[in-house]
Design a protein around this ligand. Structure first.
Ligand code: GN1
Ligand code: MG
Length: 376
């Protein structure tokens, strides 16, 4: 078996053999994508390719629940949207389990690499970003009648921004790594914006925003595009599909994909909201998800702001707690990530009207086209 230059992947190769793969493992390489789970590409001597994933049990203690949610969603999409919404399917282990427990705390699962797919870490063009919006919007639309209450909450209060603030305060209080002094400016920035960051929570509680089965982790690297047409092929990383609100799916995609810089950029002057990308995503999301209510559409810009602030305080909370949750590649990585999010949120504040106008304009165009369709 071939080993990669960055180390031996023999262990992952052995784990892949616990599943009924075609041929013998020829090579394993790590795909650097995401901060929680670890992902590997496994190729066999028969040229079959698989994606093997190690599930982080600190973040997902209930592996059964994530696999159960996934099966429920797959079954629903197969029944109601046959052929329209591609889904990855996990392969059972040789002894019939939907994941492999390595006996050392590790949980592993495997699926076939989706042919002709690419996974982008950043949109190369506004069109790529538009396509990712079609993927996530289409996913949301396909699940519009899915009984969200049947899903297990795999991470409690995941996008409950108020609860995120509560945990943030606890981390400040505990200051277990003595890092508080260094981040006073960031703490102050976050606390001043608490009410604004939590506005959607209130609307959800008051029943103004419907609770649906949402993806909750809509970074562009969670939708596969066709490598030739670059159209959305399939939404992946369904571990956080849970009851939620649509504005969060819109918003998380924006905070990651419509920023002019990487999530961990250290040169903060490079971090801005790219309004062309914002428009492209809005158009794709609204076109592919016509089931959104007027209130949901009105909440989209706020969703982008809420997700950016929330992610910023999550990074900061983890930094204060000693980097336990998000994988880091360097010292202060989580602090750098927090700073980009806050810079982006501040930029959104100054471009609020433009963001709202874009949503309104794109929504107007879609409604006008629908009316025209009806009358012709
Ligand atoms: C984590 O691992 P990844 O990149 O799919 C996190 C998201 C954050 C994101 C920040 C389960 O997602 O909520 O928005 O990092 N996932 C979980 O980049 O916490
Ligand atoms: Mg993820």
């Amino acid at each position: 078996m071939h080993t990669d230059s960055c180390g031996s992947f023999a262990a992952q190769g052995d784990i892949a053999c616990k599943f009924p793969i075609d041929g013998d493992v020829a090579s394993v390489s790590q795909i650097k994508s995401g901060h929680i789970n670890e992902t590997y590409l496994v190729t066999t001597d028969e040229d079959s390719r698989y994606i093997l994933q190690w599930i982080n049990r600190y973040v997902f203690p209930n592996v059964e629940a994530i696999m159960q949610n996934m099966s429920a969603i797959s079954a629903f999409l197969r029944e109601h949207h046959k052929g329209k919404m591609a889904m990855i399917s996990y392969i059972d282990t040789l002894d019939g389990h939907n994941y492999y427990d390595d006996g050392q705390g590790g949980a592993w699962r495997l699926y076939r690499f989706v042919p002709d797919s690419i996974c982008l870490q950043r949109a190369e063009t506004a069109e790529d970003f538009y396509q990712s919006a079609r993927g996530f919007g289409g996913f949301q639309y396909a699940l519009r009648d899915f009984p969200a209450e049947q899903l297990v909450e795999t991470i409690e209060n995941f996008h409950d921004t108020e609860d995120r603030y509560k945990k943030f305060r606890e981390a400040i209080e505990a200051d277990e790594r003595g890092r508080l002094q260094e981040v006073e400016r960031e703490v102050d920035f976050a606390l001043k914006r608490e009410e604004r960051a939590c506005r959607l929570q209130k609307l959800r509680r008051e029943g103004e925003l419907p609770v649906r089965a949402t993806h909750n982790d809509t970074k562009i690297n969670n939708v596969l595009l066709n490598k030739d047409t670059r159209q959305a092929l399939c939404v992946i990383d369904l571990d956080t599909v849970m009851p939620g609100i649509s504005a969060h799916d819109f918003g998380d995609a924006i905070r990651f994909g419509a920023s002019t810089a990487a999530e961990d950029e250290v040169e903060l002057s490079k971090v801005r909201l790219n309004l062309d990308y914002f428009r492209a995503f809005t158009r794709g999301f609204l076109e592919s998800c016509p089931s959104l209510t007027n209130m949901e559409v009105k909440a989209l810009a706020q969703g982008a702001y809420a997700m950016t602030m929330e992610c910023g305080i999550r990074f900061l909370t983890d930094y204060l707690m000693g980097d336990k949750y998000f994988a880091i590649d360097r010292e202060k990585h989580n602090l750098d990530r927090c700073r980009t999010q806050f810079t982006l949120a501040e930029d959104m504040e100054s471009r609020w009207e433009e963001m709202e106008n874009i949503v309104e304009e794109e929504y107007g165009k879609i409604k006008a086209a629908a009316r025209e369709g009806l009358s012709s």
